[in-house]
Ligand binder design. Sequence first.
Ligand code: NAD
Length: 283
Amino acid sequence: MAKLKIGKLVVIGTGLIGGSFALALKEAGAVVRVLGLGRSQVNLRRALELKIIDAPGALDAATFGDADLVLLAVPVGQMQGVMRAIAPFLGPKTIVTDAGSTKQDVVALARRELKGSLSRFVPGHPIAGTEKSGARAAFAALYRERKGVLTPLKGTDAEALSRVRSAWESCGAKVFELAPGEHDAVLAGVSHLPHVLAFALVDQVARHKDASRRFAYAAGGFRDFTRIASSSPEMWRDICLANRKALLAELGRYRGELGRVERMLERGDARALEALFSGAREA
Ligand code: NAD
């Protein structure tokens, strides 16, 4: 397979995910020039200083008309506005992809907003991240050996799909394809639910009248369980709302599981508790 070369990449949202994509492609020698757009001028300047982008872009034909690839790496609640703003400027060959953590909502928005460019839109989600945000958090190795999911549509152009796949592979990711609904159901269980649990647990401790002493005595276990509660509140608000049906189903299942544990504790059922813990450790 010929090595991927992207002449011009435009990254909208030069934070952890967009910034790391640009850095990884640069490190792989897979991109010539990277332009960036963002909501915060401070962050955009930082992206320039850190050589994540080569120049700032603008919402105009000069930025998008001859772009080979555009990555949308903004919170999913921002996708519609961004798609609407760029749609008139996308060139006839420009491929658009996104990194949003939910896929059914982003796909529905793309159908509404991307008009003539829809067939060159390849929905995606890198299954990699950290709890940090912004350009300063970006690093080239973020996607190495991690999974990347693409959720192409029936009418997605084969060449566009293949180029986006190659781009993620150039970042070091292993790329898989799922249907948008499958993606959202799976991620609700193993990503969205754990984030909600971490946020909720920290909130519960913080509201306790003895909160400062409780935090003072919290050690490794608490830290491991709650590290992700320092993730971006905006990003997680948007993900939870976008995937709320699947998330509510997972929360219901989890509540059922907690009920089982509660009943074991009420009965003082050592055998059942140990069996549950052993099963979980094994899994
Ligand atoms: P981030 O906060 O680090 O970066 C997002 C950037 O988008 C910020 O720089 C912000 O200024 C910019 N932005 C916000 N609204 C904008 C707008 N309307 N126009 C232009 N720029 C705008 O967040 P991130 O972690 O890089 O997440 C980006 C996307 O990737 C989100 O959709 C998120 O769900 C997804 N994602 C995140 C992770 C993760 O672990 N952080 C993993 C996979 C996918």
